[in-house]
Design a protein around this ligand. Sequence first.
Ligand SMILES: Cc1cc2nc3c(=O)[nH]c(=O)nc-3n(C[C@H](O)[C@H](O)[C@H](O)COP(=O)(O)OP(=O)(O)OC[C@H]3O[C@@H](n4cnc5c(N)ncnc54)[C@H](O)[C@@H]3O)c2cc1C
Length: 504
Amino acid sequence: MSNYDVIVVGAGNGGLMAAANTSKAGLKTLLLEKHNLPGGCATSFRRGRFEFEPSLHELCGVGTKEQPGEIFGLFDELGAKVDWRYEDTMYRTIVKGENGYDVTVKAKREPFYDSMEEAVPGCREKVKAFIELNDKVDEALAYVDRKKGNPNPLVMVLKHSDFMRVCAHSTEEILDALEMPDKAKKILTTYWGYLGVPTDELNCMHFLSMLTSYMDNCAAMPYKRSHELSLALCDVIYKNGGEIRYNSEVTEFLYNEDGSIAGVVANGEKLYAKEVVSNVIANNVFTRSKGVKLPERDVKLAKSREFGISVATVYLGLDKSAEELGIKDYTVFIANNGDPRTQDDNRVNDGFYIVNCLNNVIPDSSPEGTCTLFFTTLIYGSDLPKDLKPQDYKKYKNDLAERLILDYEKTMGVNVMDHIEEISVATPVTFARYLGTPDGTIYGYKNAGWDNVIMRTTAQGKDNNVKGLSFVGGHGVRGDGYSSAYSTGATQGKVVVKKLKGDK
Ligand SMILES: Cc1cc2nc3c(=O)[nH]c(=O)nc-3n(C[C@H](O)[C@H](O)[C@H](O)COP(=O)(O)OP(=O)(O)OC[C@H]3O[C@@H](n4cnc5c(N)ncnc54)[C@H](O)[C@@H]3O)c2cc1C
């Protein structure tokens, strides 16, 4: 029998960050991962002479040594070394057809407003007012934080009225209230897919916080794919005496008689700890919990939540450089219609897709004279044809890849097909198998309606009632994405340290 202070289940971004924090604070920490390498989504894979980035398009909230954002700070305080690279163009967005557009939007406030004004003359002040709402929301949240979650309602109404007006509304409602021109609205909401919720359902504060984070800090990428981030956190865990066991799937969660967590089972071994931090979505924890009466509220919550969206991706290794092929952008969004609701309704068939060429930020991310392309399109696991047979799955993937590549070639006037040296295609089936998530969700739970980020934050004190068990990662309070997963990992790691060590 082994005893630990903390067992962390799953070495995704949230789990790694939690384990790095608990081990750094001196807690005896064990991290269990079902695969033979860390990272979950944050990893890399090889095909031939190419090492591909499987998930990260852009990381928000990083910043630099001189102007650190939240994520830079979290890595820095742990002593985790990352060679960050930055991209100062936010995105190029192309909507085809008669009322279409082709607009490139720059990062940083003034260049962003300039890009918007150039695309939609006269919209600058409205765009500025929209973006600056985020600053007012930040001020209000800082006040709520200072008051330890118990703000004076009068102060909220009188001093933070914009927050009160915005916080319960969708992005679309706020843009309409500002009378944003339709084209500006579409260009502004291009990034909705990064949260997987169309803007008529997506909380405005949530969207604004992501958008301004990319805008103010620029998108960041690690030099050696996201695997570099995961290895940097593993280093911290090892240096501080933590233990990581790979090929160690947790098959059961163990409980004490009073219903509190006792430990887990991996490879048939019972492992005990004072605290268990799960990077695994609650639904999978509960199905691995036997002989215990779980709190009704927690079970009801897990059962009633909607799973977030997944993606289909195509990774290409090309035998010519980006320059030779005429590929100039890092991130391009391509759609037939600029409306997020229509894009979500049409999803994989005719929604939108993103194409990234990492060589345009990190020129030597593939061998000299070559480049990589990474296509992403949104799809739910349940969108896959119900009658799809295993023997037809390969054709399904190839057809999907071919459609995206041909459309990209036509839209961008670039020859890709003749230069494909390596190709790999992933669907929700891949993500369900690799990450172990229900329906292959990569975004945890859908961050909308009664389960949006505001509601989750407000209900934090009431949810998760198994003593000693907590959750971190993309399915957590802040929702999906690298930065949210790291943030929940760090916050929960620190909560556990405080619980076990007090303020020592
Ligand atoms: C194609 C793609 C593109 C994306 N693009 C971006 C982007 O550009 N920017 C961004 O911010 N986010 C992006 N995301 C989302 C982001 O990657 C995720 O939200 C985030 O990484 C989730 O982290 P997590 O902590 O929830 O862990 P996960 O990555 O879900 O990892 C969970 C880990 O737990 C392990 N595990 C599962 N079950 C068990 C078990 N029973 N026992 C032991 N181990 C277990 C898994 O093997 C895995 O390692 C993208 C995701 C994908 C797939």
